[in-house]
Design a protein around this ligand. Structure first.
Ligand SMILES: [Fe+2]
Ligand SMILES: [Fe+2]
Length: 374
């Protein structure tokens, strides 16, 4: 990528963050838009249009994938994914006003890009191996099974790239979240998007995926916008990441756990939160949910945060319900699996003490509707 294109991306991303921090009328935004316009005019003079695309997890500029997109390039990809766009084209003749409108639209939470005379934006077209999400995914049982399997595999791949000692690569997780958000729009039966757990070794990835689906679905029925759904999905996928810091020996122990072993398992909340707080580019919700998902509505649960009257975050309450539901319906060495109706009864028993009663009500209603649909 030429230095000028790099400079343009940096200027545009800085303008977008200043627009979010201050407003579109702020002097710094005006200066940056002017600079972006000057750079863009020079770039387009040489080669028009300038095309920016996301293909798989790469940023592709004028049809060539970037080996190292840099911080601003990565942020640009993240912004585009959040907005549901996979391609942008800037064309000759563009003026400052259009750039400002585009930057302001991108910086505003929940706002989709509009129409601009010299900027074209492409919509989501996420490829999953041979399967393409969107109008082409088959919603018959086989198509859905393939879709679910693909998502769980992506989560498995992403998880395998990180360890306590390595950096987290979250682009696979971003894709999974985006794919589910699109699929919700077409497949309203939540139970069809939940994956069965076949073997114990699959549990970690399948559970993470299912908790994300259930949490995003709850949030969607409560009216959350795409940006929030995205952040909830990422946070839910990572809620148990702290378990990577606990020895396999304890996690997979067949017999009864002794007190010290339970204490260690409970620490996955602290380990996860501490780890996620250090990872760049994750939603702020991720460490919060990792820390709080075993807290209870009545303030009990773990870890003991020694805080008074500070409520568990609403998203942690949502994830706690998804976590409970999926843990009970999946076979684990120390639990039997339950029928969905049994789990709903248990959830209702926990409403008001373990779980937020309004969320339990909303969740039960959604699941019961799904059950009736069959
Ligand atoms: Fe957990
Ligand atoms: Fe969990």
């Amino acid at each position: 990528m030429s230095g000028r294109i790099q400079a343009f991306i940096t200027t545009m991303m800085t303008a977008i963050s200043n627009c979010t921090l201050y407003s579109r009328d702020h002097a710094s935004v005006d200066t940056l838009v002017k600079k972006a316009h000057d750079l863009l005019e020079e770039i387009l003079e040489e080669n028009s249009p300038l095309s920016v695309m996301i293909v798989d997890s790469d940023l592709v500029i004028n049809k060539s994938p970037l080996k190292n997109p840099g911080t601003h390039g990565l942020n640009l990809m993240k912004k585009m994914k959040k907005k549901g766009i996979t391609g942008i084209e800037f064309m000759k003749g563009i003026n400052k006003n259009e750039i400002l409108r585009f930057i302001a639209d991108i910086s505003e939470q929940g706002k989709k890009p509009g129409k601009y005379p010299h900027i074209k934006t492409g919509v989501i077209d996420v490829r999953l191996g041979g399967l393409q999400v969107g109008d082409d995914i088959d919603l018959d049982p086989d198509g859905l099974a393939a879709f679910r399997k693909e998502q769980v595999n992506k989560v498995r791949e992403s998880f395998s790239t990180f360890s306590p000692f390595r950096k987290l690569h979250s682009s696979g997780l971003e894709e999974v979240v985006t794919n589910f958000i699109i699929t919700f729009r077409r497949e309203a039966n939540i139970l069809n998007l939940i994956s069965p757990v076949r073997t114990y070794s699959e549990y970690t990835y399948t559970h993470a995926t299912n908790v994300a689906v259930l949490s995003m679905f709850q949030a969607e029925t409560l009216g959350a916008d795409d940006n929030l759904l995205h952040d909830i999905g990422i946070a839910a996928l990572l809620h148990d990441v702290g378990k990577l810091f606990i020895s396999q020996e304890i996690l997979e122990k067949k017999g009864t756990l002794v007190d010290e072993e339970w204490d260690e398992i409970r620490k996955h909340t602290l380990y996860g939160a501490r780890y996620l707080a250090t990872v760049d580019g994750l939603p702020r919700l991720a460490p919060i949910v990792a820390l709080e998902h075993h807290l209870r509505y009545d303030g009990k649960g773990y870890p003991d945060l020694k805080r008074e009257k500070k409520a568990q975050h609403l998203v942690s309450q949502i994830v706690a319900i998804s976590d409970f539901f999926d843990a009970l319906r999946s076979r684990r060495p120390y639990k039997r699996d339950w029928s969905i109706r049994d789990i709903l009864v248990l959830l209702r028993e926990g409403a008001g003490n373990e779980f937020n009663p309004d969320l339990v009500e909303n969740f039960s209603r959604t699941v019961v509707t799904a059950l009736k649909r069959g």
